[in-house]
Write a protein of this length. Sequence first.
Length: 189
Amino acid sequence: MRDYVKSAGFHRHMRLLLASKFQELGWESQTGKCSFARGKRVFWLQISQSSNSLIGGKFTLNVSEGSGAAGDTRILRHLNEADRAIGKALEEHIIARRPRPDPDPDIEVVGDGGPLLLKLGDLAKANPRQWDGPSDVWLPYFSKSDLDEWAAFLLPLRERLIRPSTPEITDPMTWTKRFDRLTGLFRWR
């Protein structure tokens, strides 16, 4: 039987998988949990509080911009259609190989519309629309091999997912400078 990765092991293993790849992009590793900073931007992994050794765990990715960042920090909302198809297939694969007792027990989980009662093998049905569009995506895991597969899926996407959503968020003067250059094109000389 595969061993369930608890919170401390999750952060330790993900830091091992991600640290060098983020450092290549100029991000510095933070102490404690798996997080990285570059300037005022911070990237971190968040584990669901409803994780346990029976149902496994799930996590999501966040990026904050500045100390008082407003708005949504979840970056998996920005996956494109092709990424979503691959992510959904990987989720189904990971859930299918999750160890389960026989008979498969009914468990209560938090789904799209609140608490649901379903079989352990049907966990993907708890949030069936998470891969359909810009929604809050949580990635299931049970073992280190699941984390390895999620990292292999996410690492090629990291630059696109962690880039600032708009230049104005990181530097409010950027928009002003661009506007001045644009209006300069229309000035008479």
